[in-house]
Design a protein around this ligand. Structure first.
Ligand SMILES: [Zn+2]
Length: 473
């Protein structure tokens, strides 16, 4: 515990994180404490971080650590820069699942491993935000046991047109720190006066905590975005209110009185270890939505692709048919769900794996492969050569190259890369040290005979060397 705190303190010093004191806070100000929080660590939030820094305001950024360095998200450098500006870094899981809908073990991995990533990168995550506000008592327990002191929901407080009879602010100290409420999230339909009204309503309550939830900061780019111009105007206005002493802007952990506490340790939580082959390989096991458990339909690029249940090999159920009707780029495929251990088959670095998938198709198909690293982050790895279209059930067999350093799991599936239809059924993945099937017949006998002769020759040489040495002595 102490060792961890010390190590983290060194990490923060190395990043040169500024003192989070807000320069413009009016002494003795009363009113609510407002926290500006950003979810998802998307790259467009960097401009908002700069705006706030210039105003002397500090925000909390809830980071998806498994997406760091991916296009459209913060890079590691961005994360360091935001922290150096004095903003707070909070946790938002590794891969952003609905925590109440995955297994309790998976939820714990998502929360703990994310916190480990962030602390290893020199940050001090004290507060968590549940992705999609999805939580459950077991998830709250995991947040606590992973070392967090509080966790934020989206919703529960009064907002423009939802929960109008709800509280305007959270009373402090929080009654349930792992269900901290907020007035929902902002989206492009919110006007500046409406955002200001939310804050003015909180001011009228005389106190409490008002965490504001932002996602993308860009003009009409996403359905949960606020434009940068509007955000900047709102931030100007908040700074002015703070200067007038009607409210205080603080990071989430400052607002909750957690910032000065020693950072709690994150327990070491390993990846899950499902069988080293995809779970639900024959797609028979179906969830409440009728989709195969542990499999995800993953179209990419610009195309029109659908997936539906289809008759399996031999007339049984449990196959899935992918259909691409319009195609410009990318592909369409069904993959073992890329997670931290419930579904995706575990794999080790430097190993080769034999893949096999039953399929029918009217177009050539190829395997697309993805690897998970030790941070829990997934990325595209490689693709196989194409397999010819096959109207009858066939099996696509391929042995992968050696997996890259740091590999902890694989996800793979046959992909359509053009207009057509592909039905997939049973899938297996087998670790192999010998990527080629054992030989049989006359060729195998010939090789055995040659090997035997070679062994005899080597044994004879060895005997001769030993004799020669004995003679020399
Ligand atoms: Zn999110």
């Amino acid at each position: 515990m102490l060792a961890m705190a010390a190590a983290t303190a060194v990490g923060s010093a190395a990043l040169g994180i500024a003192s989070p004191a807000s320069a413009h806070a009016a002494p003795g100000s009363s009113g609510p404490v407002v926290s500006i929080t950003f979810d998802d660590s998307t790259a467009d939030q960097l401009a908002a971080a700069d705006v706030l820094e210039r105003l002397g305001l500090r925000a909390t950024f809830f980071v998806i650590s498994g997406h760091i360095d991916e296009p459209g998200y913060f890079t590691r450098d961005d994360l360091d820069r935001v922290a150096r500006q004095g903003h707070e870094i909070g946790g938002h899981t590794v891969l952003h699942p609905r925590l109440a809908e995955v297994s309790a073990d998976e939820a714990r991995r998502e929360i703990c491993l994310d916190r480990t990533n962030l602390t290893e990168w020199g940050h001090e995550p004290r507060v968590l935000a549940y992705p999609f506000s999805s939580t459950a008592p077991s998830v709250e327990d995991s947040a606590r046991s992973c070392g967090y002191d509080a966790a934020r929901l989206v919703g529960g407080l009064a907002a423009r047109d939802s929960c109008v009879a709800c509280d305007k602010t959270e009373a402090m100290p929080l009654q349930d720190p792992f269900s901290a409420r907020s007035p929902g999230q902002f989206d492009p339909t919110w006007t500046l006066p409406e955002m200001q009204t939310l804050v003015l309503d909180a001011e009228r309550t005389g106190g409490g905590w008002l965490p504001l939830v932002f996602h993308h900061i860009c003009d009409a780019c996403e359905d949960n975005a606020v434009g940068l111009t509007q955000f900047s105007a709102f931030a100007d206005w908040l700074a002015a209110r703070q200067a007038a002493g009607t409210l205080t802007v603080r990071t989430a952990s400052e607002a909750l009185g957690l910032a000065a506490l020693p950072l709690r340790e994150t327990p070491d939580v390993p990846f899950g270890a499902p069988p080293s082959s995809p779970v639900n390989p024959t797609l028979e096991d179906r969830g409440p939505d009728g989709r195969p458990v542990c499999w995800t339909f993953a179209p990419s690029g610009v195309n029109t692709a659908t997936v539906a249940a289809a008759p399996g090999r031999g007339g049984g159920s449990g196959a899935e048919r992918i259909t691409v009707t319009e195609y410009r780029s990318g592909d369409a495929k069904l993959l073992p769900t890329m997670d931290l251990g419930d579904c995706a088959p575990a794999a080790s670095e430097g190993h080769r794996y034999r893949l096999a998938t039953g399929f029918q198709s009217d177009a050539p198909v190829q395997y697309a492969l993805f690897v998970r690293d030790f941070h829990g982050s997934w990325s595209y790895w490689t693709s196989s050569p194409f397999f010819a279209a096959s109207e009858r059930w066939d099996e696509a067999r391929w042995v992968t190259p050696e997996t890259p350093p740091g590999t902890t799991a694989l996800s793979f599936g046959l992909a359509l890369t053009g207009v057509g239809s592909l039905t997939v059924d049973s899938t297996t993945m087998t670790p192999t040290v010998d990527p080629f099937p054992p030989l049989s017949g006359p060729r195998a006998l010939a090789i055995a005979a040659i090997s035997g002769a070679a062994a005899l020759v080597l044994a004879t040489i060895g005997l001769w060397v030993r004799r020669a040495r004995r003679t020399a002595h």
